[in-house]
Design a protein around this ligand. Sequence first.
Ligand SMILES: [Zn+2]
Length: 346
Amino acid sequence: MEYRHPEIANVAKQLKARLKQTQDKKAVLRAPELLALIERIKTLPVGKRATFGKEVNLLKAELEKLVRESLFPKPSTLTPIDVTAPFDTNLSAEDRPKLLPAENGSRHPLMTELELILDIFARMGFTAVESRELDDDWHMFGSLNFPPGHPARDDYDTFVTDEELVAPAHTSTMQNRVLKAGKKQLDQGQPIAVVIPGRTFRNEDVDASHEHTFYQLEGVYVAKGIHAGNLAATIKAWLSNYYGREIEIKIQPFYFPFTEPSFEFAASCPFCDKKGCSVCKHSGWIELGGCGMIHPNVLKEAGIDAVKYSGFAWGFGIDRLVMLKYGIEDIRHFHSGNLKFLRQFT
Ligand SMILES: [Zn+2]
């Protein structure tokens, strides 16, 4: 571009040369020469101000464009790499394999086990509803008896988007929807019996037993006259089914805002029958999740008569269950994409 004001033309020449040499490309946009020109605009007599100002702005726009182009070269100038290629893409055309091995992939162990678990619940009369991977604050907390500012919200280390949407930290984010959808069933004398599998997200420090992304399975059951004994029996029945042997259940008091009373539940170790082994850290018991009787406020929020009906809910981590079943020592294997790990489950 040609600049008519000699002063501007001079700065343009200097800064374009600097842009080629410097590593910090953006610094050119803050160059004192450019800032001085911008400052000059104000000091000029009104008659000259417009044309001078216009050229300074043109220079600024041109420099911004040049900086952008130097930072982000046009895609067409780069040779595309197929990152999914099953061979080294640096190989020359003649060295690339002519035929590729036709090895079969495998289902992910989490999906295989999840299907098995859903199958057990289907036989127990539960329908499955998938959770979601983005939700709003009201479903994640408000509908579950966590008013804004409730201290228990801090326990969930929730990811929030710029638009104030949340990446659900528990599958309970679906409870209100499931309860509302099942309300009609209750009036017809049918219970609400739903399991909700889904991916959940927490801002965890990742290590061998903690991941930021993991699977949960929520269970919701509502009918007339339901009590904590039904809850314990349901969990016991499905776990015994899953591990293919009689499992004992232990529940102990805990606190969640959305259940009252709330419990943590542990299962007798399926590997040593409570004698103690490395899997259960020699305690004979394995903690599996939280559960409780659905808080009346949660039922009311979904329009269900909390005097007439009661119910229970639970949530447990699927990853942990699968780790226990197969003796997987590190939760990070699941999302590693490591084929050696995955092929053990073919
Ligand atoms: Zn054990």
